[in-house]
Design a protein around this ligand. Sequence first.
Ligand code: PGA
Length: 255
Amino acid sequence: MDKTKRKAVIAGNWKMNKTPSEAKELLTAIVPAVKDADCEVIACVPYVDLSVAIETTKGTNVKIGAENCHWAEKGAFTGEISTGMLKEMGVEYVVLGHSERRQYFGETDETVNKRTKAALAAGLKPIVCVGELLWERECDITEEVIARQIKLDLFDVTEEEVLNTIIAYEPVWAIGTGKTATAEQAEEVCGFIRSTLAKLYSQDVADAVTIQYGGSMNDCNADELLSKKDVDGGLIGGASLVAEKFAAIVKAASK
Ligand code: PGA
């Protein structure tokens, strides 16, 4: 992390875990444990938990995010949630293009781009996820894959808007597998993302954008990952469901 240039951000991605009562219990434990954080703290929770999450974190330094949103304002999209619905609830962030959405729900760079633009237009801050498959890394095309995702996912996103966007580098082979990228691998790709942003926008803009690492980040490896200059935080799955572990990662990012 380079805190002189940008904000460190630790975001939990709860995925399809925790009922509303469980969400309340977990956030009630997280709030006091992260109250002195010197980084941004976010919990991205299932839609049905948003209301209780916002209520439980009111007046604290924990911000709430959703895990997806649709690009249309309203209409015949059964099962989808609009940006306006999230905004009205008080949601501030939204995870977009997570590899699980791409893998299981047919999300493409085109739909990620539409969702990103809609989120930004509504005043939500997107956490846009990119990352290569193991097979792509083995074929030595990680940089091509990442550059393509960044270019397509951020197509037509203005300079001003990209400053309100967080990029999460999540190598697909490291998610939920216990296989963390080494700190060097994380730094290499986060640095590559920054240089791609510099080409698309400018070096100043690239230097100001928060780029997280995600994929089996936990209380034991956070220190090392976050010591890298281009790793500005983490998108945390499994470890965000345990208050002590999540708080320990926040502590590592607060140094
Ligand atoms: P993980 O998930 O920390 O459980 O690997 C990260 C993510 O999918 O955002």
